[in-house]
Write a protein that binds this ligand. Structure first.
Ligand code: FES
Length: 149
């Protein structure tokens, strides 16, 4: 599996200092069983969900390995989120724990690659947490907007 293709090359026009940046690009990997259902519920409840979110639905957050996240950054994502089932709720037993450990690793690795660690967020969102999904995605997008200014 790979991330959706995002433009990687800057043209002469977009590299000019006078050009305003394009829209934010936030990649959100959502576990099918919890976070994706929470996102769906947020939509059903007409809660605000940022339009900048590019959702990638996966069967388990444990499927998201660090190279996928780094690929998203390499291809131009302003921020990357991984949202998982709460501890004890993973349908594949320990995928979310693996994802959490990888997230800890990434938080330490990305600064070495020149990436602000605030541009990556791991969190837990259950199928019942539509409000949390709405809140944390909006907070993350706002933070990415302020980082880019
Ligand atoms: S099934 Fe949701 S994180 Fe594993």
């Amino acid at each position: 599996m790979s991330c959706q293709t995002l433009p990687t090359e800057q043209t002469a026009e977009t590299s000019s200092a006078n050009v305003t940046p394009g829209p934010l690009r936030i990649v959100a990997f959502l576990c099918n069983w919890c976070s994706y259902a929470g996102a769906d519920k947020a939509g059903s409840n007409q809660l605000p969900v940022p339009s900048e979110l590019s959702v990638i639905r996966v069967m388990c957050s444990g499927r998201i390995e660090p190279p996928l996240i780094l690929e998203a950054f390499q291809k131009g994502a302003d921020g990357v989120m991984v949202l998982a089932c709460h501890p004890g709720d993973c349908h594949y037993k320990e995928g979310n724990i693996r994802a959490f450990c990888r997230a800890e690793l990434l938080q330490n690795l990305v600064p070495q690659l020149g990436i602000d660690p605030k541009r990556f967020r791991f969190d837990y969102v259950s199928a019942a947490e539509a409000e949390k999904f709405s809140r944390i995605t909006n907070e993350f997008v706002d933070k990415m907007r302020s980082i880019r200014l």
